[in-house]
Design a protein around this ligand. Structure first.
Ligand SMILES: NC(=O)c1ccc[n+]([C@@H]2O[C@H](COP(=O)([O-])OP(=O)(O)OC[C@H]3O[C@@H](n4cnc5c(N)ncnc54)[C@H](OP(=O)(O)O)[C@@H]3O)[C@@H](O)[C@H]2O)c1
Length: 267
């Protein structure tokens, strides 16, 4: 536990997309730092089970964060709470050929993966700046560092999240508010297990990724958890030609599948 973490980022943290996987990992790690938690996701049952397992105070909000109504419900639930840290974690990834895909699916990805962190930043950053302390984490992905079929739209939304966070990090330097994007490689979550037949080499646990992100707060604009992932990121983004990087990701993602959506040409 880092000394002063709760003073700097507490007493309440909001985890958007907390019911399982990485969001639940963040909730456990933050409770370990003594923070109280607002836990938001669509499914009430796993949220309640998680809340019951945490040692600090919790509020659960069952809401669809891809809608403005859901976002308002989360904001309303934080009324009167001193929220010092926000983790924009929930994401949706439609998998398959873009041209065969229902446009509603890619709209949903943009609504959840881009509009959600943007709206939460508008709502929570100004009071943090006024107080002179706080933190904001946007979950991104190595998939967002280049074109990534057959998760083309998802990858583009993850690029948005990373760039949004880096810009906010620069804007808010010196205010006491730390913004960070956590650019994860493969993480062993139920979501990944449902989409991928075999785990990729170097797959990390939600706990490892959440802890790396929290350690990275206040130390720069981005963190890439795991040495192997940092090496692969440097190779893909700095050394290889773009078309080679895109081909490598397409090959690594070829066993990704979602029911009802045909795989793309690279799938
Ligand atoms: N898993 C990986 O390999 C990996 C790799 C790189 C980056 N990431 C990033 O890490 C983050 C977490 O990924 P994940 O694999 O743990 O799972 P996920 O499928 O992104 O879901 C995580 C949480 O978000 C909630 N959620 C999903 N849609 C929602 C919605 N419309 N409204 C409210 N909550 C919603 C889910 O709960 P409900 O279903 O109850 O709503 C769940 O609690 C994402 O931002 C992802 O892009 C993941």
């Amino acid at each position: 536990m880092r000394a002063g973490f709760a003073d700097r980022y507490g007493p309440w943290a909001l985890v958007a997309g907390a019911s399982e996987g990485l969001g639940a990992g963040f909730a456990h790690a933050l409770a370990g730092h003594g923070l109280n938690l607002v836990l938001a996701a669509r499914r009430a049952e796993p949220l309640t089970a998680l809340a019951d397992a945490l040692p600090t105070s919790t509020v659960t909000v069952s809401a669809d964060l891809s809608t403005m109504e859901g976002l308002r419900a989360v904001v309303d639930a934080t009324d009167g709470l001193d929220v010092g840290l926000v983790v924009a974690n929930a994401a949706y990834s439609p998998i398959g050929s873009f041209v065969s895909m229902d446009p509603d699916l890619t709209r949903r990805a943009v609504d959840l993966n881009c509009r959600m962190p943007l709206e939460l930043a508008h709502r929570f950053l100004p009071p943090m700046v006024a107080r002179g302390r706080g933190g904001f984490i946007v979950m991104s992905s190595l998939a967002g560092m280049q074109g990534s079929p057959p998760i083309t739209a998802y990858a583009a939304t993850k690029a948005f999240g990373a760039i949004l966070a880096e810009g906010l990090w620069a804007e808010l330097r010196g205010t006491g508010v730390d913004v960070l994007t956590c650019i994860a490689g493969a993480v062993a979550t139920p979501n990944l297990a449902g989409a991928k037949a075999r785990p990729a080499p170097g797959t990390q646990t939600p706990d490892q990724v959440a802890r790396a992100a929290l350690r990275g707060l206040g130390r720069g604009p981005r963190v890439i958890p795991g040495l192997g992932m940092r090496v692969s990121s440097a190779l893909m983004s700095r050394l290889l030609p773009r078309r080679t990087a895109i081909a490598i990701i397409a090959r690594a993602s070829r066993d990704l599948r979602a029911p009802g959506i045909p795989a793309g040409p690279t799938g």
